[in-house]
Design a binder for this molecule. Structure first.
Ligand code: NI
Length: 157
């Protein structure tokens, strides 16, 4: 259990393609635990492995309801439906927020920490988080998709 350093916007690791996880070993389990701790420490709703410098297809999401945290290993979006305009940020861009279009509904197939495949269907904020985090695994960042003119830069405290 440890909090890892979150890579910030200019770090080129955020632009790299992540590799699938082949074996869920102790190293992956430790990575997942640390990612959950790091996400909670920063009050984030999601975190992808490249944000802590690991180029593996691992995502954690927590909406702080009674269902999370979700652990998605090798997630694959199998269906998207509709559109929603949302306010978005990212732990790698701590002072930037913008409006963006995300799918309203996302169905993702992934492997859990137990090695079993499952399907998760998310609407609203969960769909947004899945879409945002899976983008990270492909080197895509929310700043690539913002609606022009909606970026807000919040001064650091
Ligand atoms: Ni992000």
């Amino acid at each position: 259990m440890a909090i890892r350093k979150v890579r910030l916007e200019d770090d080129e690791i955020l632009r790299k393609m992540c590799r699938p996880v082949e074996v869920i070993d102790d190293k992956i389990k430790e990575l997942v635990e640390d990612m959950i701790d790091t996400m909670h420490d920063q009050d984030g709703v999601g975190l992808a492995a490249p944000q802590v410098g690991i180029l593996k297809r691992v995502v954690v999401i927590d909406l702080y309801d009674d269902k999370g945290p979700y652990v998605l290993i090798n997630p694959e979006i199998i269906k998207e439906k509709g559109e929603q305009e949302v306010d978005e940020g990212c732990l790698s861009f701590p002072n930037k927020f913008a409006k963006i279009i995300r799918p309203e509904e996302v169905t993702v197939k992934a492997i859990g920490l137990d090695g079993k495949e499952f399907t998760l269907k998310g609407k609203g904020l969960l769909a947004q988080a899945i879409s945002h985090e899976v983008d990270h695994l492909n080197g895509v960042l929310f700043v690539d998709k913002i609606i022009p003119g909606t970026m807000e830069i919040v001064p650091k405290k």
